[in-house]
Each structure stands twice: as C-alpha cells, then as structure tokens.
Design a protein around this ligand. Sequence first.
Ligand SMILES: Nc1ncnc2c1ncn2[C@@H]1O[C@H](COP(=O)(O)OP(=O)(O)OP(=O)(O)O)[C@@H](O)[C@H]1O
Ligand SMILES: [Mg+2]
Length: 256
Amino acid sequence: MRNEFFLEVSCLTVAFPKVDGKPGEMTKVLNGLNLTIPENQFVCVLGPSGCGKTTLLNCVAGFQKFDGDILFKGSPICGPAPERGVMFQEYGLFPWFNIQQNVEFGPRMKHMPRDKRREIADTYIDMVGLSAYRKQYPNHLSGGMKQRVSLARVLANEPEFLLMDEPFAALDEQTRQKLQTELLNVWEKNKITCMFITHSISEAVFLADRVIVLMPNPGRVALDMLIDVPRMRDRNDPALLQYQEQISEVLFSGRK
Ligand SMILES: Nc1ncnc2c1ncn2[C@@H]1O[C@H](COP(=O)(O)OP(=O)(O)OP(=O)(O)O)[C@@H](O)[C@H]1O
Ligand SMILES: [Mg+2]
C-alpha cells in the first residue's frame, strides 16, 4: 500500500542573516511551511527566484538547518542519506574521475561488487546517451552532457526519493524533452518519489502529478494543484495548456 505520509513537512521555518541588516538581524526565507508528499508522487515546485525553493530542497536533503519538523517515512531528517538522492543546478561531478567512475561512485560507496556496479553504471550512462564517453573526464564534456552524467549518477544510487533542483535548465530543448521522458520512465519503473524544482511551467505540467507554487517574503505555498491528465502525456494536450494558464496567473499575480 502506498505511504500517504512519505514526506511530512510541518511548520518549516528558515531564517538567514539579512543582507545589509544589522549584525544578528535575520530574514525568514520560509515561514511555517506545511507540505505532505505521498509515496511515488511526482511533485514540481515553481516560484520566482529567491522564494526559497532550493532552501526547501536543501532542508529535505538534510543539508540545511531549520526550525519545524521534517519526517521522512516517519523519521526525522537529521542529515543527508543515500535514500534521498539530490541533483543540483550545478553538475557536482568529480573532475578527477571519468564518467564511468563518477556514475559508479554511489554504488561503490555502498560496497557493491564491481560487476554489479559496472552494470548499473552502464545502464544509466546508456540511458542518458553517453555510452561513447564513458572514459572521458568531465572537463571534456559540454554543460548539457555534464548534466546528463549528473542524472545518471543520481539514478545509479537508486534513491527512493529524488530531489532535483532545476536539473534540465541548461539543456537544449531536444535533450531536455528526451531526459524528461527517461526520468518519467525511471520514476514509474522504480516507484520513486520526486521533488523537482523548475522555472518552466510547461516542464512542470508535463512531468508532475502535482504542482506547488511558492511565493516569496516569506516563502509560502501559493498554489497546490493536482495535474489530472493521464500518462503518457501529449505535450500539446489542451488540458495541460489550461493548467499552465492557471499556474501563470498565480506566478504573475505577485509581480504586478
Ligand atoms: N546560505 C545562505 N545565506 C544567506 N542567505 C541565503 C542563503 N541561502 C539562500 N539565501 C537567501 O534565501 C533566499 C532564497 O534562496 P533560494 O536559493 O532558496 O531561492 P530559490 O527559490 O531557489 O531561487 P532561484 O529560483 O533563483 O534558484 C534568497 O533571498 C537567498 O539570498
Ligand atoms: Mg534555487
């Protein structure tokens, strides 16, 4: 049975020192945010720059201190763990490892036997279309290719919860659409749960079961909407376009 309380965020508050403020003066980036994500749901988070999306993801990943409670499968989050895989805006690859070694890193940390971890790495390197580049080092790849390696690397850890911060922002449209489809395939096949941050409304409605819009000062949920369109979706489905309009209205209402 699906766990309806896979992630429970209650009263999440994060404050940072105020820019140009007096010593000790703080600004609340998130203020009392509540959010529950059921298992296997694909959640996209949208919101204007600076509203706290990355901060939220960092708290769930275990990188950021916070006030309030975050429970992952009923247990408090006290730091990073392999069951929560993170893919950042930056690539985060090890420059001294080649592509295969980068993707194998997680399985190696789990002491997986060499054959098995090689098999897993090959599967995901193939999936992102970089088989020919296995032995290359990251500084020989383009930005888009590095991002594809990052995706292969996070998937090779076979996380239960995938936290992604604008992972496809730097990609050309063709590669972006291909990786969106591959990600959805992995999500369905491995029954993972996803929190995916993006600035693209069309990307959000294509991928998500549910879209959350955060608005700033302080970051709060301005819209929480299910995208009730069957999969595999047609990107030009009028129903998706209607959802896009609803989201735009909320996103742009704060900017008048
Ligand atoms: N370590 C930090 N110290 C001080 N302020 C921070 C820190 N991290 C984030 N902030 C501030 O918190 C706010 C929210 O930042 P965050 O990175 O979460 O925004 P975001 O919604 O991810 O924006 P973007 O869409 O541009 O990535 C910003 O005003 C930022 O300056
Ligand atoms: Mg961010």
